[in-house]
Design a binder for this molecule. Structure first.
Ligand code: SF4
Ligand code: SF4
Length: 115
């Protein structure tokens, strides 16, 4: 999800998208938050959803919009905690690990940017 605003990646479609940050519940193991040893995700931007899980604030109910998302979805966006984003954000990308297109990304983009 999203490229950091300070990183110049002119061909990265995430910088003009942000759909995944405004559509999915972004949940992850509580220990990823920075109030746990070794955690990096700012805990104040998260909320507890179970004893083991937290999510990014703003993504647990509709309308979904992650609290860390800056800008306008579909125009220009960035992640304010890019170096500290949780694992789901690191794992969800335009491409799958094998280089093939991520169908969930493609579906969201088709919804957001209909041709
Ligand atoms: S939906 Fe796809 S293109 Fe859009 S921000 Fe997420 S990973 Fe990037
Ligand atoms: S933490 Fe950043 S990359 Fe992850 S959903 Fe929020 S804005 Fe998007």
């Amino acid at each position: 999800m999203l490229a950091a605003s300070e990183v110049i990646l002119t061909t990265n479609p995430c910088q003009t998208c942000g759909a995944c940050c405004a559509n999915f519940r972004v949940s992850f193991y509580w220990g990823e938050a920075d109030d746990a040893p070794g955690g990096i995700v700012p805990a104040q931007l998260t909320e507890k959803i179970s004893p083991q899980l937290r999510c990014m604030k703003g993504t647990a109910s509709k309308p979904v919009r992650c609290v860390a998302l800056e800008g306008e979805v579909g125009k220009r966006v960035s992640c304010s905690i890019y170096p500290q984003r949780p694992s789901p954000c690191r794992e969800f990308d335009v491409l799958e690990a094998d280089g093939s297109p991520n169908p969930r990304c493609a579906a969201l983009r088709a919804q957001l940017l209909p041709s």
